[in-house]
Design a protein around this ligand. Structure first.
Ligand SMILES: CSC[C@H]1O[C@H](OP(=O)(O)O)[C@H](O)[C@@H]1O
Ligand SMILES: Nc1ncnc2[nH]cnc12
Length: 292
């Protein structure tokens, strides 16, 4: 049994979290550079929490330049066991309305300008992301949302676009009608892939702000409309987070889905062929299997 530590990555509109005991902003350095911002640590109902604003306070990083590897490494380094990602998203479904939340369980990754792995030449690893989110953590997020009175949809496919521009109508229709996606955003990849490589449980809560551009009654995505919905969504997201310690509990049993053992057989590079410099960089994320 290990101790639960909840990492929360707050998306657009969610730059602070209140109500933590012994709260402090902690600067964390990683071999991948600095995370998006300092990390707010403390406890909530006796469970340690680490909150990281994905874009930094004041919204400094674009979806492309968010330091995804540093963020995940820093959370792991602090002892986080579960990562809850809260993100503003557009909807492809009439019934998934602005203000609703979706517990995402699949992704289509259309990003192309980001570092997507901790591994590479000198230490190669291949983890499975067939099921990129943790069902146990996702269920806790769903239960927390329901307890808060939030309209929550259990399961959905999130199209991750590079951005920063929103989609054209043709793209929006392709993602919705042909690819069967439910929501769209710009940030959950490579975040989810990196969390898996770091053997962290990862759940994604899509907080819907708009209908993207496919919807005949809503026209183009308008950032002003999004901002109006963001504030209410951020409050609901904070309410969801406040319920998680009670639902997850302080003592953590091994993940029944194996998220915390994802690297067990993933590293292909023979021990005598591993680059010691690369292995050293992997100390926080893969020290369990590399003995680094
Ligand atoms: C607020 S409009 C677009 C912006 O919001 C989302 O960010 P996040 O996922 O961090 O909440 C979306 O992915 C874009 O980056
Ligand atoms: N329609 C949309 N497309 C991409 N990212 C978003 N974030 C919020 N709404 C979005």
């Amino acid at each position: 049994m290990t101790q639960t530590m909840i990492g929360v990555i707050g998306g657009s509109g969610l730059y602070e979290i209140e109500g933590l005991r012994d709260a402090q902003w902690q600067r964390v350095e990683t071999p991948w550079g600095a995370p998006s911002d300092a990390i707010r640590t403390g406890t909530l109902d006796g469970v340690p929490i680490a909150f990281l604003p994905r874009h930094g306070r004041g919204h400094v990083h674009s979806p492309t330049t968010v330091p995804y590897r540093a963020n995940i490494d820093a959370l792991k380094r602090l002892g986080v066991t579960e990562v809850v990602s809260l993100s503003a998203c557009g909807s492809f479904r009439e019934e998934m309305a602005p203000g609703d939340f979706v517990i995402v369980d699949q992704f289509i990754d259309r990003t192309f300008q980001r570092d997507k792995s901790f591994f590479g030449t000198g230490c190669v690893a291949h983890v499975s992301v067939a099921h990129p989110t943790c069902p146990r953590l996702g269920a806790a997020c769903r239960d927390a949302a329901e307890a808060e009175g939030i309209t929550v949809h259990d399961g959905g496919t999130y199209l991750v676009m590079e951005g920063p521009q929103f989609s054209s109508v043709a793209e929006s229709k392709l993602y919705r009608e042909v690819w069967g996606c439910d929501v769209i955003g710009m940030t959950n990849m490579p975040e989810a892939k990196l969390a898996r490589e770091a053997e962290l449980c990862y759940a994604s809560v899509a907080m819907i702000t708009d209908y993207d551009s496919w919807h005949p009654d809503h026209g183009a995505v308008d950032i002003n409309d999004i901002i109006r919905t963001l504030t209410g969504n951020a409050d609901k997201g904070r309410g969801l987070v406040r319920r998680l310690p009670d639902l997850l509990g302080p003592d953590r049993t091994p993940c029944p889905h194996g998220c915390d053992r994802a690297l067990a057989f993933a590293i292909l590079t023979a021990p005598d062929k591993r680059d010691p410099g690369v292995v050293a960089k992997l100390e926080a994320v893969a020290g369990r299997v590399l003995g680094a």
